[in-house]
Design a protein around this ligand. Structure first.
Ligand code: ATP
Length: 388
């Protein structure tokens, strides 16, 4: 290589080095900027952390977002306050969210959804074991439930093609312990659907301030698990006729019911989710929930008649080691006014008498003793028997 060529090569190399140097300087400047940003972010988080740690915060539910701020309801005392919220939190917040508020009721942070409450408030059964055969009497009711709940679940596509809407919701009403829950479970079993139960009374007693949210969660869960049968027990607790009083408890119940109605209104009836509700207090129900598109199929589940009582006793004694002479027809005659749940308890009670007596066979005498016990209990309590 001539000195000239060497000089040219060195010059090229130098130019390259200068370029690399410039690039590295740019990268360094960008890294410095990023570091500044991160330091600022760490400072902000530390400050936020300190403020959060400095005092305890109260848990509340954001009930309503208004132009003036947000209405929060503190858990525990149910105090409702209109308060302010920072624009960034407000963007993320939805009505029904759980939030933490400070002494001045300012919203400090949005809490994660309470999966706990959701799990506690709902009973989810992937495959309930009750079948139609386990239900004594109620043949007509079973037919109606099959038509209104089972058919649309099994033949969802057909309903869609024909363009017919099946009944939106089915309401089972009748005295306690007559098999309403069993009917809903049996239909879920028959259709391989998930059974999701929520008790109306718990929504308003145990999960104060969260009723509306739990109702929303209920429908969300059902759509995650479809096909599903949603069973709302004691619906009267959230759908009782409006009373004159305007206490905050009533407002809460109202909100829960409105949420239920809006979920049902915005619901595809031909989908793979069916809604069944039950009540012992049909007379108390707000008629709004019985309108078309809501609980528009009413099925009465009465106390069992003679035939049904005999059948229920047979069902509940089929696993029992019965002595000759135990006559279900006789027992059916002696148990007028008993509910299915009471008949189930009668059978168990008879079994207990046999066990106490050291026998493995249950005789008519045990059933007579069980009946006597029930009657004594009835006399001393001064009210109709209530087992289960
Ligand atoms: P509640 O209104 O109190 O919720 P319910 O009508 O939903 O009552 P279920 O929970 O279905 O009643 O019944 C309770 C128990 O009573 C059942 O687990 C079953 O053992 C028995 N039972 C009630 N009705 C019948 C029936 N028709 N056939 C067989 N068993 C029954």
């Amino acid at each position: 290589m001539t000195p000239r060529e060497r000089f040219e090569a060195l010059k090229d190399h130098y130019v390259e080095l200068v370029q690399v140097n410039r690039q590295l300087e740019e990268q360094l400047a960008a890294a410095d900027d990023r570091q500044d940003q991160l330091t600022a972010e760490v400072d902000r988080l530390e400050r936020e952390n300190d403020t959060l740690k400095s005092s305890s915060l109260y848990v509340a539910t954001a009930e309503e977002l208004t132009v003036d701020g947000v209405v929060v309801k503190q858990h525990g005392n149910n105090q409702e306050v209109l308060t302010e919220v920072s624009p960034s939190l407000r963007d993320e917040m939805e009505a029904g969210d759980r939030v933490a508020i400070n002494d001045s009721f300012n919203v400090q942070t949005i809490l994660d959804p309470e999966t706990d409450a959701r799990a506690q408030a709902m009973q989810v059964d992937e495959s309930p074991e009750v079948t139609y055969d386990d239900i004594g009497g109620l043949e007509e009711q079973i037919l109606e439930v099959r038509e209104a709940v089972e058919e649309p679940l099994v033949n969802a596509a057909q309903f869609r093609e024909v363009g017919v809407d099946p009944p939106s919701g089915v309401l089972l009403h009748g005295p306690p312990g007559t098999g309403k829950t069993m009917l809903a479970k049996a239909v879920a079993n028959q259709t391989d659907a998930t059974f999701i139960k929520m008790a109306g009374s718990e929504l308003v007693q145990k999960f104060i301030g969260e009723g509306a949210r739990l109702v929303r969660d209920l429908f969300e869960l059902a759509s995650e698990r479809e096909p599903a049968v949603i069973f709302i027990d004691e619906i009267d607790a959230i759908a009782a006729k409006r009373t004159e009083s305007k206490t905050s408890g009533d407002a809460e119940v109202q909100r829960t019911m409105m949420q239920l109605l809006s979920e049902m209104d915005g619901f595809d009836d031909r989908g793979e989710i069916r809604i069944v509700a039950a009540t012992n207090r049909f007379d108390m129900l707000d008629r709004a929930i019985l309108r078309p598109g809501r609980f528009d199929r009413l099925i009465e589940v009465p106390l069992p008649d003679w035939d049904a009582r005999q059948r229920i006793l047979e069902i509940h004694t089929r696993e029992m080691n019965l002595a000759a002479g135990v006559d279900m027809a006789d027992l059916a005659g002696e148990t007028d006014g008993f509910s299915g749940a009471e008949l189930a308890s009668l059978a168990t009670e008879a079994g207990m008498f046999a066990i106490r007596d050291g026998r493995t066979e249950v005789g008519m005498v045990d059933f007579e003793d069980a009946l006597q016990k029930v009657r004594d209990d009835e006399d001393t309590a001064g009210r109709p028997i209530a087992f289960a």
